[in-house]
Design a protein around this ligand. Sequence first.
Ligand SMILES: Cc1cc2nc3c(=O)[nH]c(=O)nc-3n(C[C@H](O)[C@H](O)[C@H](O)COP(=O)(O)OP(=O)(O)OC[C@H]3O[C@@H](n4cnc5c(N)ncnc54)[C@H](O)[C@@H]3O)c2cc1C
Length: 261
Amino acid sequence: MEKHRIVTKPKVYLVGRQVVDQEAMNAFLADEGMTFTTDSSVPAEVLAETAGRVCYMSFGKGRKTNQDYLDRIISSKHGSVLEHTIWNFLFTNISRSVTHELIRHRAGFGYSQLSQRYVDESDAKYCMPPLIRETPALHDQWTKAVTAAQQAYEDLAASLENVVAEKHPELAGTDRRKLVRQTARSLLPNACETKIFVTANGRALRHFVELRGSSHADAEIRELAVDVAKIMQHEAPNVFHDVAVIQENGIEIVQIEYSKV
Ligand SMILES: Cc1cc2nc3c(=O)[nH]c(=O)nc-3n(C[C@H](O)[C@H](O)[C@H](O)COP(=O)(O)OP(=O)(O)OC[C@H]3O[C@@H](n4cnc5c(N)ncnc54)[C@H](O)[C@@H]3O)c2cc1C
């Protein structure tokens, strides 16, 4: 298999984030006879603070910094307020085994994943797991195995073309190819690379990086969780201020002060 088809690190693209409609916000405040300013320039943080303040209609008095405000939300586990923060990601260079684990995170996540029924996997890439990467003596063994699986997929897809044409002459192009690919994909290994669009709120992301960034998590998804944690520390420091990436026994893991808010 060509070298460029073996991938070793997840890619995380943060492709979407919220905006504040200041005009609408001002209209609300004027209608309620209140004024409100905050010191964060991160829309998600401003929106979360606004949502929290609506609970008590406390926009004026006892004003704190946005960080103080969200600290209080997080430390008192009033985590539903963080559900008003939303980000959109694209994850690539991750394996089907990683996405199988990722999509177990249900609350506060939305997913759209590359379909192996519609997309031809003849040019698929394969994700080399961390332990194989660290063990050059096993590179050949691993690469041979995924190459054989890939060849078997292509061979079976070719055979299935004839079978489907004979058994289902009524099927046109796309439907015929879909039946071929959905059957041939049964031979693709967990290491097959995939792409997934993920939308998540801050509360859900905190839970994800906590569970999947832990030393108990699978090494591949841990790499992804560590990348997400690092991005979010910069993206929304007041929502992720208690999330740290530390070294433990030679690996990076996520540590969080306030568990599952
Ligand atoms: C180290 C590790 C090992 C694992 N091993 C296995 C394994 O061997 N087999 C396996 O099947 N899975 C395994 N998992 C997956 C795990 O069981 C969860 O499915 C996954 O981590 C998602 O967690 P969650 O349900 O808390 O997240 P989410 O689905 O995002 O839910 C977040 C939180 O919302 C609440 N919630 C969500 N849905 C409901 C509901 N229906 N009812 C009540 N409360 C709800 C819960 O408080 C939950 O913690 C493992 C996970 C880890 C981190």
